[in-house]
Design a protein around this ligand. Structure first.
Ligand SMILES: *Cc1c(COP(=O)(O)O)cnc(C)c1O
Length: 402
């Protein structure tokens, strides 16, 4: 099947389907509230006041546009051409604020008083707490008790930013239980609160809405790359957990003759529980309110997953990624834990940029790819900075062998 152009206007359809992927599989009580969000977004996305407010925030609060840097030493080492879109320079150090500020602005326009979300490693929680503080909204973050212990620095950040942390104490006390707990709280007060999802996942309209909010990465990058080099990149790559930073940079290039590589975490092996490469090893299924490709066990429940980078260890993937891959518009790159750490050190020591472990997956793949495609220009989305990962890396992967 040929994709209809312009792609962004034609996908998803009005029910939130990208081909057979996406949609909205939610309990009846949630249908109304999500419809309200969808209608508000559809209207506000064409409203000049909303668009201008968002532009102002991006420029004067987030520090956009983020630059593109040519990674000259890494390029020289592999004999290729690697460019980095610097989302690590976004306020708070990652791309997540791009959609959190917009979701909070939407909540403000809807007259909501509170933002509710779940968080795994705490990255989404920190970004949302930042947005809530900016807009004077309450912020309630649901987090598994196990994750609260594991990700303490992010819990502290959220507290300092004024968010209320609700520990999820049932079951395994991690992300899944946090999602359930957040939905329960949201259902109790849909009038005054808005649910804010942290990636291009969940029921319609979130995969579309979050993609649209993140597409600023791609549109900036396209213009900047043209200005820097006089041409488009040959290949664009990004790491994929839920897939928001990847969709953000891919969006601007889907209609162009540019290769797109979504990099999945190959973790430490190809068995269930050793990786979180959903598109590589998964199958079709419904989870968290949408149809996509997921890693599941024999019963069809989400499988245990692993990645060294806690922002990308998700057992499914945004429906648009499942669709674009099924249509052969995107390709998959794989990167193991060890390769990610190697890239983490290389980028730090050779370019003076400490990347997030998530982003290191995309860098590692770009290095492998560049060696085999020396004449191509490669654009990597550097989704975030690595300050949050330094203690973990230095304790578990001592410097001497890098
Ligand atoms: C959360 C996070 C990711 C993964 O999220 P996507 O929705 O897949 O982009 C990647 N990089 C960083 C720095 C993150 O914080």
């Amino acid at each position: 099947m040929q994709l209809k152009k312009p792609y962004l206007k034609n996908y998803p359809d009005e029910k939130g389907y990208f081909g057979k992927f996406g949609g909205s599989y939610i309990p009846p009580q949630l249908i109304e509230p999500f419809l309200e969000i969808n209608e508000a977004y559809t209207k506000l996305s064409k409203d000049f006041t909303f668009i201008n407010e968002l532009k102002y925030i991006r420029k004067h609060f987030q520090g956009r546009p983020t630059p593109i840097s040519f990674a000259k030493n890494l390029s020289k080492m592999v004999g290729g051409n690697i460019y980095l879109k610097r989302e690590d320079l976004n306020h708070m150090g990652a791309h997540k604020l791009n959609h959190c500020m917009a979701e909070a602005l939407l909540a403000k326009h809807l007259g909501k008083k509170k933002l509710i979300a779940e968080t795994g490693a705490g990255q989404h929680g920190v970004a949302l707490a930042t947005a809530a503080a900016y807009f004077g909204l309450e912020c309630e973050i649901h987090m598994g008790e196990v994750d609260i212990k594991k990700e303490y620095p992010n819990v502290t950040r959220m507290k300092i930013l004024g968010a209320k942390i609700i520990p999820a104490t049932k079951g395994l006390k991690t992300l899944k239980e946090a999602v359930d707990s957040a939905f329960e709280s949201y259902l109790n007060d849909t009038k005054n609160s808005m649910f804010a999802i942290g990636s291009v996942v969940g029921p319609h309209p979130f995969p579309k809405m979050v993609r649209d909010f993140q597409s600023i990465i791609g549109f900036e990058a396209k213009e900047q790359f043209l200005e820097m080099t006089g041409r488009l990149p040959d290949m664009v790559t990004a790491c994929v957990g839920g897939g928001s930073n990847a969709m953000g940079i891919f969006s601007a290039f889907i209609d162009d003759d540019v290769k797109l590589y979504a990099v999945e975490p190959a973790g430490c092996g190809d068995k269930i529980g050793e990786n979180s490469a959903s598109l590589t090893y998964g199958k079709e299924g419904i989870m968290h309110g949408f149809n996509s490709i997921m890693l599941s066990d024999e019963k069809g429940d989400p499988a245990p997953v692993h990645s060294i980078a806690s922002g990308i260890d998700y057992p499914s993937v945004g429906p648009e990624h499942a669709f674009l891959f099924s249509q052969k518009r995107t390709n998959i790159g794989l990167c193991s834990d060890d390769e990610a750490v190697d890239a983490f050190y290389k980028l730090s020591r050779m370019e003076g940029i400490i990347p997030a472990l998530e982003s290191s997956h995309a860098v590692a793949f770009a290095l492998k790819y560049a060696k085999e495609h020396k004449d191509e220009a490669i654009l990597v989305n550097l989704s975030g900075r690595g300050d949050k990962d330094i203690d973990f890396v230095i304790e578990n992967y001592p410097l001497s062998n890098s």
